[in-house]
Design a protein around this ligand. Structure first.
Ligand SMILES: *Cc1c(COP(=O)(O)O)cnc(C)c1O
Length: 429
């Protein structure tokens, strides 16, 4: 890593003040540079975003909203937050945006707090099928204080829409349970979400429709996935996954009454002082995502996802839903190598410098700590400049590792090739 790169990230000053933390940050920077980051929810943000996040804006309390703060000295922060809000609205084509949620989980918490009462029924898919903890898991507040009813995916391998959301089943389930809110948007779902169909289902049962686009926000912003607007009543997201911004959350809507409830639910409902440095980072990220280059990136993320899926299937690896429409691919190890667990597969890849995560697959009988799947994504590699050619090389490496039985010599050899490949594609920062 070059000294300049560290200086750019504003980290150099640390060297003298806190050499211990400096060491770990620079070591981590080298790890990022020399490995293939294929965790579907991760990315490499720009130097400009990092500059905003590492700025003096971390020093200020700005409880409240632009023009209505509880502290003095917030005028410049009002400018920053207003720019972030306006850019978010422009980027996603909606009328209201709250840029204060600290994370995706906080965005969902605020939406639940705004729209549901404790004990209310809502529907979503289960964590083990590709949903998220905040979508009604028993270990999360969403599952403890509310009543989640989970809708299924199509499990039949022979069916046309194997691994897709079973929309007919969603409709039947909603007719039976009359949920107050329907959630769509997932953490491990490789297919396009049919927001229009969800709208019809929501209208038929009188439910509020919430899309959590945490994973696909960058694809939506770049026009590589259909927009949840105008179909959805509320949209929550993270800003750090495909959208490539700082870690953070965002809630959007076109409905003024819902917007008012969301604002109250974020502050003072569930949060205190906003992270203004992160909000500045979000503004920079939205500005970047409004540029034409971002559309190219989003298209390339999907093209790379499809190249990854096709390459793995060519090598005989079975995928959930037999392919992908987006940035992520879920290998279902049960159908290729029933002995291999997600835990071992992801560990072997990690040993070779290919960073992924173990993931449950539909109907998985293994525990979440073991699993029968590996989730892979293309956003970070695309940010580094990978095209189909490098994805094909990456597929070769993944296949070699997964067929090696965890052999150390293979891991080391692949590790060398990974470092070579990485050296040709420098970080964006
Ligand atoms: C990642 C994710 C979240 C949570 O985001 P955090 O910033 O980790 O809290 C919420 N919903 C979905 C669908 C996600 O994939």
């Amino acid at each position: 890593m070059s000294t300049e790169a560290v200086a750019d990230a504003g980290v150099n000053v640390l060297q003298g003040v806190d050499p211990e933390i400096y060491k770990w940050i620079t070591t981590e920077q080298q790890r990022q540079e020399n490995t293939l980051e294929m965790i579907a929810s991760e990315n490499h943000t720009s130097a400009a975003v990092m500059a905003a996040v590492g700025s003096c804006l971390t020093n200020k309390y700005c409880e409240g909203y632009p023009g209505k703060r509880y502290y003095s000295g917030c005028a410049y922060y009002d400018e920053v937050e207003t720019i972030a809000i306006e850019r978010a609205k422009q980027l996603f084509g909606c009328a209201f945006a709250n840029v204060q949620p600290h994370s995706g989980a906080n965005a969902n918490l605020a939406a639940f707090y705004a729209l549901l009462e404790p004990g209310d029924t809502f529907t979503s898919i289960e964590l083990s099928e590709g949903g998220h903890l905040t979508h009604g898991s028993r270990v999360n507040l969403s599952g403890k204080w509310f009543n989640p009813v989970h809708y299924p995916l199509v499990h039949d391998v022979e069916a046309d829409h194997f691994g897709h959301i079973d929309y007919d089943a969603v409709e039947a389930l909603c007719a039976e349970h009359k949920p107050k809110l329907i959630m769509c948007g997932y953490s491990a779902y490789p297919r396009i979400i049919d927001f229009e169909r969800f709208r019809k289902i929501a209208d038929a049962c009188g439910a509020i429709l919430l899309a959590d686009i945490a994973h696909i926000a960058g694809l939506v912003a770049g026009g590589a996935h259909p927009s949840p607007f105008p179909h959805c009543d509320v949209v929550t997201t993270t800003t750090h996954k495909t959208l490539r911004g700082p870690r953070g959350g965002l809630v959007m809507t076109n409905d003024e009454a819902i917007a008012k409830k969301i604002d109250k639910a974020v502050f003072p409902g569930t949060q205190g002082g906003p992270l203004m440095h992160a909000i500045a980072g979000k503004a920079v990220c939205f500005g970047e995502a409004l540029k034409d280059e971002f559309k190219d990136y989003a298209q390339q993320v999907v093209a790379n996802g499809q190249a990854l899926a096709a390459g793995l299937m060519d090598k005989g690896w079975a995928l959930s839903s037999n392919g992908t429409d987006n940035h992520l691919v879920l290998i279902d190890l049960r159908r290729t190598d029933p002995e291999l667990t997600g835990r071992d597969g992801a560990q072997w890849l990690d040993n070779a410098g290919i960073i992924t995560n173990k993931n449950t697959v539909m109907g998985d009988e293994r525990s979440p700590m073991v699993t029968s799947g590996i989730r892979l994504g293309t956003p970070a590699l695309t940010t580094r400049g990978f095209k189909a050619e490098q994805i094909e090389q990456t597929v070769e490496l993944i296949d070699r590792v997964l067929r090696s039985g965890g052999d150390e010599a293979t891991a080391n050899a692949v590790r060398g090739e990974v470092v070579d490949l990485c050296s040709q594609f420098p970080m964006p920062y």
